[in-house]
Design a protein around this ligand. Sequence first.
Ligand code: SGN
Ligand code: CA
Length: 534
Amino acid sequence: MKNRSQSLLTGGIASILALMPAAYLSAQKRAEKKPMNILYIMSDDHSYQTISAYDKRFIETPNIDRIARDGVRFTNSFVANSISGPSRACMLTGKHSHKNGFKDNDGAFDGSQQTFPKLLQKAGYQTAIVGKWHLHSDPTGFDYWNILPGQGEYYNPVFIDNGEKKNMKGYVTNITTDIALDWLSKERDADKPFCLLLHHKAPHRTWMPDTLDLGRFDATNLPLPDNFFDTYKGRIAAQQQEMSIEKDMNVLYDLKMADKEKEISTVRGYDNVGRDMYQTTGKPGRMDEDQKAAWDRYYDPIIADFKTRQLEGEELTVWKYQRYMRDYLSVIASVDRNVGRVIDYLQENGLWENTLVIYTSDQGFYMGEHGWFDKRFMYEESLRTPLLVHIPSESGKAMVSEDDEKYYMVQNIDYAPTFLELAGVEIPDDIQGKSMLPILKGQKVDDWRNSLYYHYYEYPGAHSVKRHYGVRNDRYKLIHFYNDIDTWELYDLKTDPQEMHNIYDEPGNEELIKTMKDELTKLQELYDVRESDL
Ligand code: SGN
Ligand code: CA
């Protein structure tokens, strides 16, 4: 499809332009050049460890990597609150949770507040969101929205198409992509720049692969992280979580070992979760006969093998890790394939040269580090999130800033101001993030943040991670766990990148603690954190 500036240069108009003075011409050209399109792809719980642009131990993700190939791969990318709804609210508003009001997954996002899609829409962008939304109130600021209710389902999901519930057939990652491509090809107004948010449900728990990906990683033995058997010495909040592969990952519910004979739950004392939970009625369920048959063909032999093995103790935990990882990676294979479809579309339709493309996740995820799955903690694996950006330059070639991207600590509150600056919209004063655009253009930014603020609130709640807030700079991290607990943790990320040694109570660190506490106070003042927010 031709955009307006291209079509203006054809035929008779080109010859008329040739007669005009040069200064007038370039002003005209500037005025006619559309602002850049924005395609923001965000998956749910996709760890940077399982994107080959970051880490090649587990999986190749050739399509996701395409975004960074001639673009920018941020190696210091973080969230402000490591859980779905709050992370999305930070992203939409450019503000920390205490300012946008959406602190945990309960309640409803106040959609009457300022968000970047609303500001872009006002500035003439056509805006759309497809896929997981998870903010409970209806989306605002979008010309088109077609979202999953709540967490959404993997198989034959319901979508809410601009308010109307529709039963869709198929696998959620394919459907989300189909809807996005349909919108791009049929509904997109070629006279306007677009901003499309494409939000995958995958690879969220319970990591249900598409039928064609079942078994894709079975020949691979996934490496255990060094701290898989962490005993949480010196870390009280970590001792009290409920996200351990050993204790909290359920072989029936999470790992799909519900046998037809219903023996596993009785023999092994697991919860009585039947396979109906997956395949017909339950939360991840809703499969049709063909889908069920494909799942049975794949899981039945694994279940039979599991039953004969009678694993216990460490052996069982390691077996659970392998199953977890194989399912998770199989779900990623579908995400990567579908990201490829979208990039192909952009490239084939002349949009790649005028579209900022982002791939990220709503937060990081544990791939067995500390013995865990899930997120929430301010520890590195869940504080970080992948961030890959394709940004075309005027000439159509992306700008790369190899050194800069490694240094700058960016956070998901920075996305909104980045998009606004890109669109030429003034960034409102109350936005707390900073535009990453200069970084993306390879410019040096001298006053970038040296430390970042984090706050997690969802306790009591799933996985029992205590409330906490903290500060991280390029070397140290200070965390305060509070509510029904009052403990501090301090890590030296240089000597202890896996955060196994809490040095808060070690003698000799008094000065460092004071410096980090001062930094925390400075950030709380900067972001206007009140006593009542803590
Ligand atoms: C569900 C999951 C949890 C997960 C939360 C939040 N359980 O409750 O494991 O931590 O969502 O995830 S599940 O059995 O229902 O899948 S979030 O990414 O949406 O915040
Ligand atoms: Ca999530």
